[in-house]
Design a protein around this ligand. Structure first.
Ligand SMILES: O=C(O)CCC(=O)C(=O)O
Ligand SMILES: [Fe+2]
Length: 237
């Protein structure tokens, strides 16, 4: 039997994750969700209750497709992932902040970070479910929702490529100083999670660290339906 997502987080090789994030601004956790967890989460999209809003992406020029932000109380699994992943991700975030010369440091618990967001007026939950049909896509973007930003986020692919949909690749771009953006397609299977940079990350150069700017998006879905769970650690203004 496959491990529960939380057990899977606790047995992850986080130094390997840190290495991947330092090398390329992203790390894949294969099979974070088993098929049952994927189906349970993806199936929530049709429900009326449990969400604070739905966004039709084309109306805002964000792409084509739709997404729903969860309302409080967040699904238990989403809450648990943020709380359990937090202490593993904070040292990585601190390493990046130190190398980028940013003063911000994060508290020991995610709960305390949320309290910080709330005190600054960032009170709306940001975890979301995304839903794409044939022809849909997600333009390159950054999930910044206010001054308080945790520099890493997680997306979990809930649908099975090849079986549920074709196309719809997860894409990152990296903008290096004075250079054009470099694309990075991240192959994901059903239940795989990708941890990636929200905004900037440090890269080691011959004369010390410099910053690159990351964006993420989704290539056109060719056929079928593709659903994703997005986990952002800061709340929104
Ligand atoms: O659907 C995806 O894979 C991308 C989702 C996304 O933009 C996010 O989780 O912030
Ligand atoms: Fe996003």
């Amino acid at each position: 039997m496959q491990q529960h997502p939380i057990a899977r987080l606790n047995t992850t090789d986080w130094s390997a994750v840190a290495g991947d994030l330092d090398a390329g601004g992203r790390a894949v956790l294969p099979g974070l969700f088993d098929e049952r967890s994927c189906a349970a989460l993806a199936g929530l999209y049709e429900r009326e209750e449990g969400f604070r809003s739905e966004v039709i992406m084309a109306r805002h020029g964000f792409g084509q497709g739709r997404y729903k932000y969860f309302a409080h109380p967040l699904p238990e699994l989403v809450l648990a992932i943020r709380e359990v992943a937090w202490p593993y991700l904070v040292p990585i975030a601190h390493g990046w902040h130190q190398r980028m010369g940013l003063d911000v440091r994060f508290p020991d618990t995610h709960r305390d970070f949320i309290a910080r967001c709330h005190a600054a007026g960032q009170r709306r939950p940001t975890p979301l479910l995304l839903d794409y049909g044939p022809g849909d896509y997600n333009c390159l973007h950054q999930d910044l929702y206010g001054a308080h930003v945790f520099p890493l986020q997680i997306a979990v692919l809930l649908s099975a490529p090849g079986r549920d949909f074709t196309g719809g690749e997860f894409v990152l771009t990296e903008q290096r100083p004075r250079m054009q953006s470099r694309p990075d397609v991240v192959p994901l299977g059903q239940g795989d999670a990708v941890i990636f940079a929200v905004n900037q990350r440090p890269v080691r150069g011959s004369r010390g660290d410099y910053r690159v700017t990351m964006r993420h998006g989704v290539a056109r879905v060719r056929s079928g339906r593709r659903r994703t769970l997005g986990i952002i650690f800061h709340d929104a203004a």
